[in-house]
Write a protein that binds this ligand. Structure first.
Ligand code: MLY
Length: 255
């Protein structure tokens, strides 16, 4: 950041707590979670792993190919019993591996003798930040949505209304995405060092030129990058590479 004279997005732009929540969960604990593939249903999930302020979760009755990650202060998770208390019914996950009729018995068995995560482990979701205050060029740490266990160095590539375009430093654009400015998938610079999560190194396609990092006064079309741009096969410089003062065209990116 120093070398490129880049500017970190201010912490108040993010929907994250200033001091990351403590992660008291243990592997094996059970909780309730919204099914990411069917968000209206609430399922039983097991903590499969712990990474910084996040939990690696697997829905009971699901396979091991659909694990997902949630912050301990995510509103998507809650203590076992919450759903019933609110008059709801726990649902089998999408892709429940058994016959649907065996769900009630499966539910009893999966909860019997299980270690439930205590209510105190669940932290309150931070409030939504004020209007979108991100600017093009600002640095952040962001979840790679194609590899959601990874948190990576990123730059705001564009801003439009309540949305920001997250571009991954050193990659060709294949991982970039638009998200709401209050997304829980984006973090201020320094987040990983505070939570102990591993911040990924940038990809190979980095240009360390000062001009590449200056905040631009107004977001323009030039800064917008294609979301389709393939990682490997781009023979011509990307829009990013073509911009004046951005250094030489990017080389072959690592995959
Ligand atoms: N090489 C792997 C992982 C790429 C991760 C890119 N992120 C960090 C932006 C793949 O191509 O899937």
């Amino acid at each position: 950041m120093k070398e490129t004279e880049s500017v970190a997005a201010p912490v108040h732009c993010f929907r994250q707590s200033r001091i990351p929540p403590t992660n008291d969960f243990k592997v094996g604990m059970k909780l309730e979670a919204h099914d990411p593939r069917n968000v209206t249903s609430i399922c039983i999930a097991t903590v499969i792993g712990i990474t910084g302020a996040r939990l690696r979760l697997r829905l009971d009755g699901s396979d091991n190919k659909n694990d997902f990650w949630r912050l301990v202060d995510s509103s998507d998770i809650q203590p076992v019993g919450t759903c019933e208390k609110k008059g709801g019914m726990l649902q089998p996950p999408l892709g429940f591996q058994m016959n649907a009729s065996s769900w009630p018995m499966f539910l009893l068995r999966t909860l019997n003798g299980a270690e439930m995560a205590p209510a105190a482990f669940f932290k309150k979701e931070p409030p939504k930040p004020a209007p979108n205050c991100f600017k093009v060029g600002m640095k952040l740490e962001a979840i790679d949505r194609k590899n959601p266990y990874l948190i990576c160095p990123a730059t705001i590539g564009d801003v439009k209304g309540d949305e920001v375009f997250v571009t991954f430093d050193g990659w060709r654009g294949a991982f970039d995405y638009w998200c709401r400015c209050d997304s829980r998938d984006i973090f201020p610079v320094g987040w990983c060092s505070l939570t102990g999560d591993a911040l990924q190194p940038p990809g190979n396609n980095v240009s360390i030129t000062k001009s590449s990092a200056k905040i631009q006064s107004s977001p323009s079309k030039v800064t917008r990058r294609s979301m389709q741009s393939p990682q490997k096969s781009a023979p011509v410089p990307t829009q990013r590479g073509r911009k004046p003062g951005r250094g030489k065209p990017p080389g072959q990116s690592a995959v």
